[in-house]
Design a protein around this ligand. Structure first.
Ligand code: ADP
Ligand code: MG
Length: 452
């Protein structure tokens, strides 16, 4: 092998140890590029319990601006944000000063209700059907056209690969067609950053991210710089709500979590005895599988007591009591973990800053109330975005792009856009980008189309 080639291979392996043993010239360039130009997003993956680097380390390298450019930050500009990582097709226009100009969401609860979980193929189809109308609706609400938009952003991970592609493609097409700066968005980071949109919230802060796919305590030090203090060992909190709602045959038109929350309002929180998870452990990790199984057992016991078959619905009051008891214990687990995290942050960071409660389950009023009580008892300030900005939305995508652009970062609009279904936390556990083909019109084709 020629000496130059060998040097190339050695350099590639050093830069990106997970590169296949026989890297191509293209992968070497990519590895080198990602080392130099990419922010090291330090955000956790689903169900990964990474206690890693404690309270985080700086993770943005100095990076040149991508060739898609940056919006003109000398005056306010509007960003179109597109989100399709799971089962919500969402778009929003947010101005760089934080004003929300337009927002639209098409949810898919009804599409998946009868399958007892999200079916990726159906989710993708629903995104494809909804995406154009959702983007148009956000623009119309904002009274803007694409010409007025300063930058386009899309969630590229983590999430369901075939769903991520729909939003990433749409955003890349629009950015290319209208020659706008393009920005990638990390879904979990966007959940955390949107807490800064409407409230004064300085870095660093502790974030409790509770959604359908994630349940984590994060130490957010900056844009592209947050580390995981604890994660779930099994089910996420939103996933547990959804499964509990299904066990109780609660209507899913609004989604399992909101249905269970409504049922719990009429129940007695102490009617059913359920175990609080990991009561003796003094760390920041979560576990909801045991509670879910215990609930399944109690539901079966109630059925037996009432002489009901598996198909027959329990009396309403039983359902309400089971829902209320489940919710109460699920939140007690959150309270326990928060108390540990508060102590840890004070010990390690030396101060008690602010807690941001984010992610879909943060829309739950009882969780908000009880987390607020625990935080104020410990002398912590709590910031919680309004419920519609807790569940997946386009505003958080646009806002995280504004934060990123303000630091001078943007991304390439390639013939291929990277989506990253699993976006691991540690830098050396390199993300596995999935290339998707985006056929972009050439400049000449665009000029012809514009003239026509
Ligand atoms: P994803 O998990 O795909 O990122 P979200 O961040 O929107 O999506 O979170 C969705 C999760 O939040 C679902 O599990 C849903 O049941 C849950 N959720 C939404 N609203 C509530 C609520 N009011 N109470 C409990 N859980 C809720
Ligand atoms: Mg989410």
């Amino acid at each position: 092998m020629r000496r130059a080639t060998m040097l190339f291979l050695a350099a590639a392996r050093a830069l990106c140890p997970r590169i296949a043993p026989q890297p191509t010239r293209r992968s070497i360039i990519r590895a080198a590029k990602s080392k130099v130009t990419k922010p090291r997003y330090a955000t956790g993956k689903a169900k990964a319990v990474y206690r890693g680097e404690g309270l985080g380390a700086p993770s943005y390298d100095s990076a040149p601006i991508a060739s898609s450019g940056l919006p003109d930050t000398s005056k306010p500009y509007a960003v179109l944000g597109i989100e399709t990582s799971c089962d919500d097709t969402a778009a929003a226009i947010v101005r760089s000063d934080g004003t929300i100009l337009g927002e639209a969401v098409a949810s898919q609860h009804e599409v998946h209700a009868k399958y007892g979980g999200i079916v990726p193929g159906l989710a993708k189809e629903a995104h494809e059907k909804a995406i154009d109308a959702v983007v148009d609706e956000a623009l119309q609400q904002a009274h803007l056209t694409m010409e007025d938009i300063g930058a386009v952003a899309a969630t590229v991970g983590p999430g369901l690969e075939i769903c991520l592609r729909v939003g990433a493609r749409k955003a890349a097409h629009l950015a290319a067609k209208y020659e706008k700066p393009f920005l990638h968005c990390h879904h979990l980071e966007a959940h955390c950053l949107v807490a800064r949109l409407e409230e004064q919230l300085e870095f660093p802060y502790l974030a409790l991210l509770v959604s359908g796919g994630h349940c984590q305590l994060l130490w957010v030090q900056g844009v592209g710089d947050c580390s995981v203090l604890g994660g779930t060992l099994d089910d996420a909190l939103g996933e547990a709500y959804d499964k509990a709602a299904r066990m109780l045959h609660l209507s899913s038109e609004t989604g399992g979590g909101p249905a269970l929350e409504q049922a719990a309002l009429r129940g007695n929180t102490t009617a059913i005895d359920l175990p609080v998870p990991m009561k003796k452990r003094k760390d920041c990790d979560f576990s909801y599988a045991g509670l879910k199984n215990a609930l399944r057992g109690r539901v079966a016991e109630r059925r037996d007591e009432r002489g009901l078959s598996d198909e027959e619905q329990l009396p309403d009051q039983d359902v309400y009591d089971l829902a209320a008891s489940f919710q109460s214990v699920a939140i007690e687990h959150v309270e326990d973990r928060l108390k540990v995290a508060f102590k840890r942050v004070i010990n390690e960071a030396g101060s008690a800053p602010t807690l941001a409660l984010v992610g879909g389950v943060a829309a739950n009023a009882e969780l908000r109330r009880r987390v607020s009580a625990v935080a104020s008892q410990a002398g912590w300030r709590l910031v919680v975005p309004p419920p519609r900005l807790c569940t997946d939305n386009g505003v958080m995508v646009a806002w995280s792009a504004i934060e990123k652009a303000s630091l001078g970062f943007s991304d390439e609009i390639d013939e291929e856009v990277e989506v990253i279904p699993r976006w691991p936390f540690r830098e050396h556990a390199a993300p596995e980008p999935v290339k998707i083909a985006v056929k972009l019109a050439s400049k000449a084709e665009r000029a012809t189309a514009a003239a026509a």
